[in-house]
Design a protein around this ligand. Structure first.
Ligand code: GTP
Length: 597
């Protein structure tokens, strides 16, 4: 295809506004797949994604469309994930395109993620076409929502396209808008090769597959390519595009998006954002890259059955093959045994990995409370990145501690504004802005990330009856009065239950955990003290009274089989026990104590 007839675009939208439905329609209308091949939603290929209805991995598909001007155009659709945790993946998908379709549900209007995504598209210099979806719904108010888009985002909506992705109404209007309103890519086929490495993943049959966007030059089968960040050289084995099926090609030219394989062993060798060039006639300069994605939330993952440790290690390695933003390292805990400290982009990312481990790899796991990365500045001038509360150095060598903050944007109907504001205040939030979009308030707050990771999202949903939408970006580190709360059972430290909190909340949280443990740890033959301490100062205490009864006494002496059964049951239970000094604590107690409510 000549470059002037290529259009590269992404679809950006708030969750559930119809991005995947529209993508499927576009694929269907352009005839890329037969009706038989259309599964419910083609682009969300992972089973888990389908179930949760969230698009995780950026994917791409090439469509061929003959426009009203009689010419045939090549349309490359880059899918983008919709959730805040994956903002980084959104930015790299956008960098590979010239324009975006901004899909807004005409019965809902602009939401927090609509804004976050559209600002990223504006940053990427995209031409943006507003699309009003779901106009088949009786509650659709396209005029009001257009006004909202103009007021809040400042986009001209006089040419906005009104559609129903569900019924297929006016999909052609979308295709025509792509052709007439988005710019063609620019590039020089005769210049040295410059291709942007947009994404890479591990395929069971092909090995590592790399998604590229060609800027200049051509990328051919058999060509020797060089990764500009590492200097590594590979021979290209396959070149092709997704239609969405993999379709082999001889080469890719400027403006095109496609995939290559080159016998590369792991995705770790393919840095997203890197520039791929020709080994013999390399480009002088690399394309502007991306900032690497860094995990912001960490937690420990431990197998409930210690025999599963190797299986867990293998499973984590497999997940990491396809997800360079997921990190893990071995860790041991007196309470939980051998496990791994794992890093995630956010809470959703954590949940997804945890669910995949249990579902795809059949592992029963305990996760410790999620923790953010603190910066501990020591009196000797060193800075320590703290991923695990257990590693907090002694108070005497700490000068000060900094914690990560976020800037949160929340959109909520006026009726629930009061409760949302008190929730933000309760979480140490600082108000930055409060404006109105129609009868909905848009509040911007700075909040410590630490206050978000536990249950903020659930609480926000419940205080707003599900009407609030939420998005955030990281917003630097700031000093704070943070302390570690240690939990002691009979004087012995239970490492897995240590956590870091703001001093003002430390006592209350310590008391909660002690109270909960009191009910969870079974009585033993002696009195047990459960304490929460900050340094050496005990801030909360509960006591479990002693038990003297013999459990077998219940069995009226006579029935021997029953007695034996009971003893066996006890033995079974022992396997799931952890020893702390003299005290045995059932594993289930940790599980329950770690659960936040
Ligand atoms: P994520 O993948 O979670 O980001 O959501 P999405 O934006 O891709 O939304 P999706 O396409 O999954 O659509 C969400 C819901 O809206 C689904 O139940 C669709 O059937 C429905 N839907 C999408 N488009 C329309 C439309 O034009 N009209 C109506 N009535 N429903 C629609």
């Amino acid at each position: 295809t000549p470059i002037e007839r290529i259009r590269n675009f992404s679809i950006i939208a708030h969750i559930d506004h119809g991005k995947s439905t529209l993508a499927d329609r576009l694929i269907q209308v352009t005839g890329a797949l037969s009706a038989r091949e259309m599964t419910s939603q083609v682009l969300d290929s992972m089973e888990l994604e389908k179930e949760r209805g969230i698009t995780i991995k950026a994917q791409t598909v090439r469509l061929s469309y003959t426009a009203k001007d009689g010419l045939t155009y090549e349309l490359n659709l880059m899918d983008t994930p919709g959730h805040v945790d994956f903002a980084y993946e959104v930015s790299r998908s956008l960098a590979a395109c010239e324009g975006s379709l901004l899909v807004v549900d005409a019965s809902q209007g602009v939401e927090a993620q609509t804004l976050a995504n559209v600002y990223q598209a504006i940053d990427a210099n995209h031409e943006i076409v507003p699309i009003l979806n779901k106009i088949d719904l009786p509650a659709a108010e396209p005029e009001r929502v257009k006004q909202q888009i103009e007021d809040v985002i400042g986009l001209d909506t006089s040419d906005a396209v009104e559609i129903s992705a569900k019924t297929g109404l006016n999909i052609e209007g979308v295709l025509e808008a792509l052709v007439t309103r988005l710019p063609a890519p620019k590039g020089n086929a005769n210049a040295p090769l410059k291709a942007l490495l947009v994404d890479s993943w591990y395929d069971q049959y092909l090995g590592v597959v790399i998604l590229v966007r060609i800027k200049d030059g051509r990328l051919k089968r058999g060509q020797k390519i060089r990764m500009m960040s590492t200097g590594a050289v590979h021979a290209v084995e396959q070149v092709g595009v997704f239609t969405p099926k993999m379709l082999p090609m001889d080469d890719l030219g400027p403006g095109e998006i496609g995939f290559i394989t080159a016998a590369i062993k792991t995705v770790a060798d393919c840095n997203v954002g890197d520039t791929i060039t020709d080994d013999r006639t390399p480009a002088a300069e690399a394309l502007p890259g991306f900032k690497p994605s860094i995990p912001v939330v960490w937690c420990g993952l431990y197998p409930i059955d210690a025999d599963d440790f190797e299986k867990l290690r293998d499973s984590l390695a497999k997940l990491r093959l396809n997800d360079a933003s997921f990190h893990y390292e071995p860790e041991t805990s007196a309470a939980l045994g051998f496990g791994f400290r794992c890093g995630f982009l956010g809470l959703l990312h954590l949940e997804i990995i945890q669910e995949r481990l249990s579902r795809e790899f059949d592992l029963d796991l305990i996760a410790t409370a999620p923790s953010v990365v603190y910066h501990v500045f020591k009196t000797n001038g060193e800075m320590q990145e703290l991923h695990n509360p257990v590693d907090m150095p002694d108070g005497s060598v700490i000068d000060h501690i900094e914690e990560p903050w976020i800037k949160a944007t929340i959109m909520v109907p006026d009726d629930y504004l009061g409760s949302v504001l008190s929730l933000c205040t309760e979480r140490r939030g600082q108000q930055v802005d409060l404006t109105y979009v129609g009868n909905r308030a848009m509040v911007v707050y700075r909040i410590p990330l630490n206050e978000i990771v536990f249950d903020f999202y659930d609480r926000l949903k419940s205080v707003s009856r599900g009407y609030a939408s939420f998005d955030y970006t990281l917003d630097g580190y700031a000093e704070s009065d943070l302390v570690r709360i240690s939990i002691l059972v009979n004087g012995d430290l239970v490492d897995a239950l240590s956590f870091i909190a703001h001093r003002a909340a430390a006592e209350t949280r310590g008391r909660q955990i002690c109270g909960r443990l009191k009910d969870l740890i079974p009585k033993q033959l002696f009195k047990i003290a459960i304490q929460a301490a900050i340094g050496s100062r005990v801030v909360a205490r509960e006591t479990i009274s002693a038990l003297s009864k013999d459990v077998t006494a219940k069995c009226y002496g006579g029935d021997i089989t029953r007695k034996r059964k009971l003893l066996e049951k006890q033995k079974e239970g022992k396997k799931r026990m952890r020893q702390f000094g003299k005290v045995e604590i059932p594993q289930s107690a940790f599980l329950a104590a770690l659960k936040m409510d």
